[in-house]
Design a binder for this molecule. Structure first.
Ligand code: BV8
Length: 229
């Protein structure tokens, strides 16, 4: 059984990390145009670093929940028949034991030099006048994918979707592309598709099945069912 799982901010909600679009979510406190685009960073790097420093601090204090742990169990059982793709930039999947996680929107723990392309582990606090450890330019940024930037691993994900028996989407509102389009691709390739979310998403009608509830409750039950096959 080949499975592709896509996770979004909803899987980390019960670990205390803000989602984007729930009331009080991250975007409610900031307009995404002001903190999650290359233009925003060029305009006000201090504000953008502040936004990511706060999230890096929050993520450092968060613990994985039963949903993250269930997906780690699924990886132990399925090995490379499972591809876990996350839109999340936190490392809760890794902390729960998942070893092969594709962060299509990058990672809070990563820093990138936009002058020379060097990547290194981000300090907890990043500032506009930090210099790149490799080329010494003051050109450091969070290694995350902003709006208008190309997500990572799209060819690899498409390849996995084309040979998947099952596509499962967990904790995402289905509003951000190309991630939100994976369910349509999977369906076209003949995979079964299931959505596990707190509430219906923008792409609910594209799924064969939707299970509503909290990830920490419905994801372990779903994994147990899969492992019984
Ligand atoms: C791209 C990383 C070119 C940084 C993020 C017009 C103009 C320009 C672009 C576009 C356009 N129209 C569409 C686009 C593309 C654009 C886009 O989709 N915009 C949207 C707003 C319309 N996308 C892009 O720009 C992407 N790049 O297109 O490049 C290209 C062209 C062709 C082919 C390929 C590429 C880049 C998008 C990546 C942006 N970076 N984040 C950071 O984290 O700060 S996006 C950000 O939102 C997150 O990464 C996350 O992935 C994403 C989606 O959020 P969700 O994870 O879904 O979270 P959300 O809060 O929305 O939903 C949470 C869900 O969980 C809810 O449904 C809730 O009910 C549920 N939930 C809550 N609690 C629980 C729960 N479920 C279970 N249990 C619970 N306890």
């Amino acid at each position: 059984m080949r499975i592709v799982v896509l996770t979004g901010a909803g899987i980390s909600a019960e670990s205390g990390l803000g989602t984007f679009r729930d009331e009080g979510g991250l975007w409610a406190q900031h307009r995404l145009e002001d903190v999650a685009t290359p233009e925003a960073f060029a305009r006000n790097p201090a504000l953008v670093h502040q936004f990511y420093n706060a999230r890096r601090q929050q993520a450092a204090e968060a613990q994985p929940n039963a949903a993250h742990k269930a997906l780690a169990r699924l990886e132990t059982a399925l090995g490379d028949s499972l591809l876990l793709v996350t839109q999340n930039v936190d490392d809760l999947h890794e902390q729960a034991g998942s070893q092969n996680v594709l962060h299509m929107h990058g990672r809070l723990s990563g820093a990138l030099c936009h002058a020379c392309g060097h990547r290194w582990t981000a300090p907890l606090e990043m500032r506009p006048d930090d210099t790149c450890p490799s080329c010494r330019e003051t050109a450091t940024r969070p290694d995350v994918v902003w709006f208008g930037e190309y997500p990572h691993g799209l060819d690899f994900i498409e390849e996995a979707l084309s040979s998947a028996d099952l596509f499962a989407s967990i904790g995402t509102s289905g509003q951000v592309y190309p991630a939100a389009g994976f369910v349509m691709q999977a369906g076209r390739y003949g995979a079964d598709t299931v959505q596990l979310n707190l509430e219906p998403s923008d792409t609910s009608n594209a799924f064969n099945e939707t299970r509503l509830g909290k990830a920490s409750e419905i994801v372990p039950l779903w994994v147990d069912e899969i492992l019984k096959h």
